[in-house]
Ligand binder design. Structure first.
Ligand SMILES: O=C[C@H](O)COP(=O)(O)O
Length: 254
C-alpha cells in the first residue's frame, strides 16, 4: 500500500518567524498517521530540519540544479539540500517551468541529480487552461510524464504531483472526475513504462487544495495525497488537510 503524503510548498514565502507555524503543526500532529513534508524556501531548510528534531515531519527543497556543484550563482545543489537536512526536493513545478523556461528534459536531469544526492524527487506536471480547453490534457501530461520522469523511478525515489496550472493559487479545482481521469491515466502510463515499480509511486494532486475540498479530493482512489501551496503556510489551514488525509488513509485500511 502507498503511504499517504501531505506535502506543503511554501514557495517564496516565509522567514524565521514562520517557523512558529511548524511548531504549531507538530504540536497538532505529534504522531501523524500520514507522511508530512514541508518544502520551505532554501533559506529555511536547515532551520526547519533542526526544529523538527525527532518528529517524523520531512523537509524538502523547492528546486535543485542538475549539476552536483560548480559555478551556478544563486542555484542550490541537491547535495546541499540533503546536507541541510532535506529528504525531498520538488522539481518541475509549473512556476519554475514558466519563470525559468525549464523543459521536461531539464526536469528529468534535476530528478536524476536529486536521486544522486539521496533525495526523493517530487516531479510536478500539469496542463494549462488553454491546453485543457483544447482537449489536450492527457496528451500534455502524458508527454510531461514520459520526458520528466527518468527511467529508474521507483516508489522510493519519486513522487509525481499532478498540478493543473489553472488551478494553482486560483481557488479553482478540477472536478473529482477530471482529477480521477488524469490520475488513472498517469498510473497506467507509469505502469507501461516502469512495470511493477509504478504501483509504488505516489500520485499527489495539487492546485487550490484547502480544508473545504480536501476530503472530496482524497476520496479519489488514485490520489495518494496533496501538494499544497497557500494553505500550507499556516498550521491552522494545513492541519485540517492533514487530518482529512489521515481519515482517507483510515478508510483505505483493509
Ligand atoms: O505546489 C503547490 C501548488 O502550486 C499549489 O498551490 P496552491 O495550493 O496555492 O494552489
Amino acid at each position: 500500500m502507498r503511504r499517504k503524503l501531505a506535502a506543503g510548498n511554501w514557495k517564496m514565502n516565509g522567514t524565521a518567524a514562520s517557523l512558529s507555524e511548524v511548531e504549531a503543526l507538530i504540536a497538532a500532529h505529534p504522531s501523524p498517521g500520514v507522511e508530512i513534508l514541508l518544502c520551505p524556501p532554501a533559506t529555511l531548510v536547515g532551520r526547519l530540519a533542526a526544529l523538527k528534531g525527532q518528529h517524523s515531519l520531512m523537509v524538502g527543497g523547492q528546486d535543485c540544479h542538475a549539476k552536483a556543484s560548480g559555478a551556478h550563482t544563486g542555484d542550490v545543489a541537491a547535495a546541499q539540500l540533503a546536507d541541510a537536512g532535506a529528504t525531498h526536493v520538488i522539481v518541475g513545478h509549473s512556476e519554475r517551468r514558466a519563470d525559468h523556461g525549464e523543459s521536461d528534459e531539464a526536469v528529468a536531469d534535476k530528478a536524476r541529480a536529486a536521486w544522486s544526492a539521496g533525495l526523493v524527487a517530487v516531479i510536478c506536471l500539469g496542463e494549462t487552461l488553454a491546453e485543457r480547453e483544447a482537449g489536450r490534457t492527457l496528451e500534455v501530461v502524458g508527454r510531461q510524464l514520459d520526458a520528466s520522469v527518468p527511467e529508474g523511478a521507483t516508489g522510493l525515489n519519486t513522487v509525481v504531483a499532478y498540478e493543473p496550472v489553472w488551478a494553482i493559487g486560483t481557488g479553482l479545482t478540477p472536478t473529482s472526475e477530471q482529477i480521477a481521469e488524469v490520475h488513472d491515466f498517469l498510473r497506467s502510463r507509469l505502469s507501461a513504462r516502469l512495470g511493477a515499480d509504478a504501483a509504488h509511486v505516489r500520485l499527489l494532486y495539487g492546485g487550490s487544495v484547502k480544508a473545504s475540498n480536501a476530503a472530496e479530493i482524497f476520496a479519489i482512489p488514485e490520489v495518494d495525497g496533496a501538494l499544497v501551496g497557500g494553505a500550507s503556510l499556516r498550521a491552522a489551514d494545513f492541519s485540517p488537510i492533514v487530518k482529512a488525509l489521515e481519515q482517507a488513509a483510515e478508510i483505505e485500511l483493509p
